[in-house]
Design a protein around this ligand. Structure first.
Ligand SMILES: [Fe+2]
Ligand SMILES: [Fe+2]
Length: 374
């Protein structure tokens, strides 16, 4: 059996010391090469619609394209300080309503909190941008490696979607925010693992189910919290696409996983667990504390106790867990993944809606979409 140490490089999931020991030392690199180890698969079976659900998704994607340059209100002025203050006022205040007596933050001034808020915006949008590039590359790989024509067609539309996502996040960072961050190491390790795996379904599992499932939940959370209208609309548009992408993963893998042996499923369970831990680690924003000159470990220990933070941390898994359940990964074999998700404190989402067919409710202009602020 593979040990936790083999999977994530440490024996204890919550070992903060080990998590923080991994940092990005290649901050000056311009390109980063990863061997993708996969065969490009041609298919001579061109029957369109052999997989009706994928065909429907493809037809939907063709009519749901938008233009990042012209459909978003780029003329909106974004004053980062004002956004931090407005978000704080609309939510829990600058320090999330915490009692910080006796901590290194006890005597922080409003200016210091403001600076943290601004750096947090810079960091968060930077990581979203890097993650979107990961999706762009992974989906281009799926076009090559998936054996079904309906899936190749759909994946091709997703490649376009992801190009647009990278474009709009990069433009937002460049024109509205004050600085950017290199890719977080935990995120990079995960993307490297996904890209380098030779099995086509692992690209889907890592990207469409885990990374995009988490992104859909994170974007939804931030979409609700932010008071900045340009970002709100940008996230709303991106979410409409992401809901289709996650559905693409669920619909494709459901068919494939029904055929796998327990040993093969166990490898998928382990991969899902590894991805979940890496994604959780990446949200510790260690680079922000570093940049602000704050002692990183105690800062993170305090942040982890913040009520809004805990809610966010858990909500990140609100799409992933039901989708893993739908794919049969939660309970396959001895229910290994159920147990691990239990340890991560996210198993309570197992009966939430899965994303196999809820993408319509995220569509721009849809009636249900109005509920999430279209
Ligand atoms: Fe995306
Ligand atoms: Fe996506």
């Amino acid at each position: 059996m593979t040990s936790t140490e083999d999977l994530i490089g440490r024996a204890e999931v919550d070992d903060l010391e080990s998590i923080l020991a991994i940092t990005n030392r290649d901050t000056d690199e311009i390109v980063h090469a990863v061997q993708d180890n996969a065969a490009a698969i041609f298919t001579w079976d061109y029957e369109k619609g052999a997989r009706p659900a994928l065909n429907k998704l493809y037809e939907k994607a063709k009519t749901a394209q938008w233009n990042g340059e012209t459909d978003l209100p780029w003329e909106t002025e974004v004053d980062q300080e004002k956004v931090v203050l407005a978000n704080a006022a609309a939510n829990n205040g600058l320090n999330d309503g915490m009692d910080l007596t006796g901590t290194q933050f006890e005597h922080w001034t409003d200016d210091e909190w403001l600076k943290l808020g601004i750096e947090f915006q810079n960091w968060q949008l930077s990581q979203f941008m890097h993650g979107e590039q990961g999706a762009l590359l992974c989906t281009a790989k799926i076009v090559e490696t998936v054996p079904w024509i309906d899936a190749k067609y759909y994946a091709a539309t997703q490649v376009m979607d992801e190009a647009r996502h990278v474009e709009v996040f990069a433009k937002y960072l460049e024109t509205k925010l004050s600085s950017h961050y290199p890719i977080n190491t935990h995120l990079r390790l995960l993307l490297d693992d996904i890209v380098s795996d030779s099995r086509w379904d692992m690209t889907y599992l890592g990207m469409q189910i885990m990374v995009e499932g988490l992104a859909l939940a994170a974007f939804g959370f931030i979409h609700q919290l932010t008071t900045e209208p340009l970002l709100k609309k940008l996230l709303r548009y991106v979410m409409a696409d992401e809901a289709r992408h996650v559905a693409f993963g669920v619909l494709s893998l459901k068919e494939y996983y029904d055929e796998l042996s327990l040993a093969e499923l166990r490898e998928r369970q382990e991969f899902a667990f590894e991805a979940a831990v890496r994604m959780r680690d990446r949200f510790l924003m260690q680079e922000v504390w570093d940049r602000l000159g704050v002692d990183v470990k105690p800062a993170i220990e305090i942040v982890m106790r913040a009520p809004q933070r805990q809610l966010f941390q858990q909500m990140l898994f609100s799409k992933i867990v039901p989708n893993c359940k739908k794919l049969g990964l939660l309970d396959a074999g001895d229910g290994w993944l159920r147990q691990r998700f239990g340890e991560l404190g996210v198993i309570q989402f197992e009966d939430w809606a899965d994303t196999g067919d809820e993408y319509d409710s995220f569509a721009i202009g849809s009636e249900a979409g109005a509920a999430v602020g279209t």
